[in-house]
Design a protein around this ligand. Structure first.
Ligand code: F6P
Length: 291
């Protein structure tokens, strides 16, 4: 048996654990395409054993690299990728919803394909947990907890920008865990009246407030400036949590989920099946068809 593995899109903590688990199960039967669909198109395909070494298993990032590959939206590149994939009995693709579209293309071209959700954004359809989410939220919570004492010392308010591309899951979960005063997860919730109200409610009591804002809605500095103007004060500051969300050490929950996803893939391959290996509401692994 020959299995080809690739990661695609933004890296997600937990991917390495997943990769090592597949190596443990299939050893020299596993190959990887370097940096996702780009490696598949360019024929940069190598035995996974080449990059396996002690120490990386539980670290963030991905030892087989990842990248964005807009070319894979074009038929001629899909054709090249599919041609290279034909040497394998299975192709396993780990990534977000863009990568899922790529996986579906390969599947529809007659290759036995498995898609696994690996993205901090947790935005994969029909799926309740994707690799990376727990770690990303942990890093956001850490940033809030380590910033707020300074904000409190000056009775200020802080806006925390978190990732998620155009999906509000990280913002929502972080807000819940830190008991934020307000959360902006989409254009609709970018409500300046509500934000000033939340800030003032605390400020009049000599307390500070914390607002979580999803990226890609409005520039965080612009939001802070507007709030300060509306308040007639200079108390709103901002903090961009940034790439620690992807590079942070995977949480225990992350590693457990990566093991579960890998177990699901092993099972599906051993039964000769194909599809999307997803997590249901109870974080149990389920196999669903490509939509
Ligand atoms: O998809 C994961 C993600 O981290 C998003 O949350 C973010 O918008 C994007 O990737 C950043 O992409 P890049 O690393 O390519 O700049």
């Amino acid at each position: 048996m020959k299995i080809l593995l690739l990661c695609s899109g933004g890296d997600a903590p937990g991917m390495n654990r997943f990769i090592y688990d597949l190596y443990d199960a299939f050893k020299d039967e596993v190959y990887f395409a370097l940096a996702g669909f780009n490696g598949l198109i360019n024929g940069e395909i190598y035995p996974l054993g080449k990059v396996i070494k002690n120490g990386d298993r539980d670290s963030a990032g991905t030892i087989i690299k990842t990248s964005r590959c807009p070319e894979f939206k074009q038929k001629r590149y899909v054709k090249i990728g599919v041609n290279n994939a034909k040497d394998f009995d299975y192709v396993v693709i780990c990534g977000g919803n863009g990568s899922e579209r790529g996986a579906k293309e390969i599947f529809e071209n007659g290759i036995k394909t498995i898609f696994v959700p690996g993205t901090i954004d947790n935005d994969v359809n029909d799926n309740h947990y994707s690799m990376g989410f727990s770690t990303a939220v942990k890093e956001c919570v850490y940033a809030v907890k380590n910033t707020m004492p300074s904000i409190q010392a000056m009775t200020r308010s802080c806006l925390f920008e978190v990732m998620g591309r155009d999906f509000g899951a990280i913002a929502e979960e972080t807000a819940k865990q830190v008991d934020a005063d307000y959360v902006v997860q989409d254009k609709k919730t970018l409500d300046y009246e509500k934000m000033t109200k939340a800030i003032l409610k605390k400020y009049v009591k000599g307390q500070s407030s914390c607002i979580i804002v999803r990226e890609n809605i409005e520039k965080i500095e612009k939001i802070a400036n507007k709030l300060n103007k509306m308040l007639g004060l200079d108390i709103v500051r901002c903090h961009i949590v940034g790439r620690t969300q992807r590079g942070g050490t995977p949480t225990e929950e992350e590693l457990v989920m990566s093991d579960k996803f890998a177990g699901g893939v092993v099972d599906v391959i051993r039964h000769g099946r194909v599809g999307r290996v997803l997590a249901n509401k109870n974080k149990q692994i389920v196999l669903k068809k490509f939509n």
